[in-house]
Design a protein around this ligand. Sequence first.
Ligand code: DLL
Length: 435
Amino acid sequence: MEHVYWNPTMETMPREQLRALQNERLRDVVRRVYEHVPFYRNKMQQLGITPNDIHGVEDLHLLPFTEKQDLRNNYPFGLFAVPQSEIVRIHASSGTTGKPSVAGYTSGDVDRWAELMARAMYCANVGKSDIVQVAYGYGLFTGGLGAHYGAERVGASVIPMSGGNTVRQLMLMEDFGSTALCCTPSYALNLADAMEREGITLDRIRLKSGIFGAEPWTEDMRRRIEEKMGIDALNVYGLSEVMGPGVAMECMAKNGMHIWEDHFLPEVIGPDGKSLPYGEQGDLTFTTLTKHGMPLIRYRTHDLCTLTDEPCPCGRTHVRMGRVMGRTDDMLIIRGVNVFPSQIEHALLQVPGIEPHYHIVVDRVGTLDTIEVQVELSPSVMSDTVRDLETLERKIVNSLASHALIHASVKLCQPGTLPRSEGKAVRVTDRRHLQ
Ligand code: DLL
């Protein structure tokens, strides 16, 4: 496999040199927030530290954490580190309740974001001769514009479709000969199914890569999408508070996402608030090293994952994060058992005869939690006898018990009947909160 890097110097920088750069950039960002953001100055004063105490990454643990709630408390622009006149872009992520969290970008920030998304495009072998269909939503959500700027930066032809309009997406994909698709994995699956429905065979499209993220998905889901679309499906990670898509991106080794460490300092934090060694699972936390509009110090994403610094065959030296199992807020607790929707997805996709479309309904009967997993049958098993379907249902129940450790009831649904996603899929209805 030949490797082409967008920024060879940075992407393959020896780790010692990378560390020296991080030390220098960390000192700089700590000084900037101390001088310009009262929230950080107050927090550091409370802890009795000044920027002079931070010499490098080894002192990171002295710095305070930042939580989403801190963004809300300083809504909308309280964490900006530059005058508002320097801000050229504002994004926001929709919170489930109340006010969104807001992020402001200077023109330098937008430029660096495009650079990091350009690296991501090259990771997926997407360059100048490609036609990139961006089906992430455009707007306050960072997916659309993030992918758009990155694709333009590498010189690709960009189709700014935004999400939705599935039949039209397919028409343009075929007519324009899109070679890369950027959207959520659940929307990619939705598009793949629509292709089948519309009778669009793989020889009619030119798609070769998918840059999919913004929600948790499993290896099993990757395989399904790759088969259905005949592409390499790669994982991209990011969050609006930290930048947007492109904080980390998988390479063709498909073995974790490289975090661009010259710009972001990752840590994985354990339940006791201490940084964990590589390989252990915890709460992914970022310190932004080069953002000027809204730098963040030790921002707790609450995304659960692991990090590794094992060398990658692609030659990039930046650490990789494993798949995000889910956000700690998305963890379901069913009769005392903790389970993430992604574990349920994994369990379901072990069973042949069902499609990767599912929905989870959690309820409470008396004092007991109940969980129902609704899953769609493959068209091929629709003609099976009632007894065959009962066997299939039992297999799914068993797979959920052995892979996700939950005792769920299973509802088999007709093909095409569960709601389809156009952006981030909503996997769970929790009726317990309605009571
Ligand atoms: O989802 C940014 C983005 C857009 C990333 C397009 C990738 C592609 P937010 O709306 O702020 O930003 O949501 C951020 O989404 O904390 C994770 O919980 C989740 N997330 C993002 N990427 C992945 C991924 C965008 N590859 C939140 N796997 C994050 C799992 C992901 N979860």
